[in-house]
Ligand binder design. Structure first.
Ligand SMILES: [Mn+2]
Length: 355
């Protein structure tokens, strides 16, 4: 198993690459969507949380991530002695109508095919995505982790409808007419996913890129009056079975699975790692369940992280593990300290189970 770190767009620089290397990481997972460019409430020193207006403006619909751009980022990361394992998330500007079944759906699925071909050509093995209409919405921040550390959680369901022009918790059309996105049904959402997988998996197979699906965080049946896709552990199986291929895999988020009201997190880890379906792993800890859960320090929640590592080892998982999120620590560099703490714990845990 390989230790990795997830970096946001504004962190793609030498300082953060050195920080990852210093923490014992060999791999990086990077975000190219900028959640911090224009959001009213996202702070660049923490994970994005947002508010009713989400994470701000999506990117440029005309500007797809090019081979040259991706290859240059990978080269820079390699020059710092690290491997680039995955890109995490499509930009809503490039695929909003794939999620919404809108008029530009056919044009935008071609965007995604182009991006996946560029990612493959640049030698990046995995692309993580989150097939979600409302996205990572409805979470709140507070001094809720050990020692009053600031962390993220959920404090009750969020039903406020999604305004027109917004999807995946970002604004793709500032000039959208007033009103809300009509609620879809779960069946409609799964049929949109089927279209996405039918079109994209063959391209991913040819490009040598593994598509890896994140579950819905927070995992409730509906958020902002829109259905969620993978909000119970068994729904990951439905996603895999919808399009059998080694390139149809999971961005396996243990924290989100632990937030789910149903199921057992260790059984889920066993079930999906046994099938060799993990593209890469988000490994973090959490206390309680939706709609009232709290993210915790990695050694302090309901999840026995060492037990998770043992199951992954037993099933021969040999991919990358990243900490996902960590509480902010009280010092001059709260994000760095939180990540360093999680990475040190994970490095020791991986070493222990692999001996
Ligand atoms: Mn995650």
């Amino acid at each position: 198993m390989k230790l990795g770190l997830g970096l946001y767009r504004h962190q793609l620089n030498a300082e953060h690459y050195r920080f990852a290397k210093q923490c014992g990481c060999t791999h990086l997972v990077i975000h190219l969507v900028d959640y911090f460019r224009s959001s009213r409430s996202n702070q660049p020193g923490d994970q994005p949380v947002g508010d009713d207006s989400g994470w701000g403006l999506a990117g440029d619909p005309q500007k797809l991530w090019s081979y040259e751009e991706l290859a240059a980022i990978r080269q820079d990361i390699n020059a710092h002695g690290l491997e680039l394992e995955a890109i995490e998330n499509f930009d809503p500007a490039h695929w909003h109508d794939v999620l919404l079944d809108g008029p530009k759906k056919k044009q935008q699925i071609e965007n995604l095919k182009t991006i996946i071909r560029n990612v493959g050509k640049a030698g990046i093995p995995v692309f993580g995505y989150n097939f979600s209409i409302a996205g990572v919405a409805g979470r709140v921040k507070g001094k809720i982790a050990r020692g009053d550390a600031e962390a993220v959680g959920m404090d009750g369901p969020v039903d406020q409808p999604l305004p027109n022009g917004m999807v995946w918790n970002m604004v793709y059309d500032k000039a959208a007419p007033a009103g809300n996105v009509p609620s879809a049904t779960h069946e409609q959402l799964w049929s949109r996913l089927k279209y996405f997988l039918d079109e994209l998996v063959p391209v991913a197979e040819e490009a040598g890129v593994t598509l890896a699906a994140h579950p819905d965080d927070p995992p409730l049946p509906f958020v902002r009056a829109q259905p969620r896709l993978v909000w119970q552990p068994q729904l990951y199986q439905k996603l895999i079975d919808l399009k059998p291929s080694p390139r149809n895999a999971l961005e396996f988020c243990v924290g989100t699975l632990a937030e789910m009201a149903d199921g057992d997190v260790y059984e889920a880890v066993d079930q999906y790692s046994r099938q060799q379906k993990l593209g890469y792993v988000h490994l973090r800890n959490v206390r309680d369940k939706v709609p009232h859960y709290k993210e915790t320090f990695i050694d302090d929640g309901a999840v026995d992280v060492l037990r998770v590592l043992k199951i992954l080892k037993k099933n021969g998982y040999n991919g990358v593990i990243i900490p996902d999120h960590a509480p902010q620590m009280s010092c001059a560099a709260p994000w760095h300290a939180g990540m360093a703490y999680a990475l040190g714990f994970l490095r020791a845990g991986i070493k222990m189970v692999e001996e």
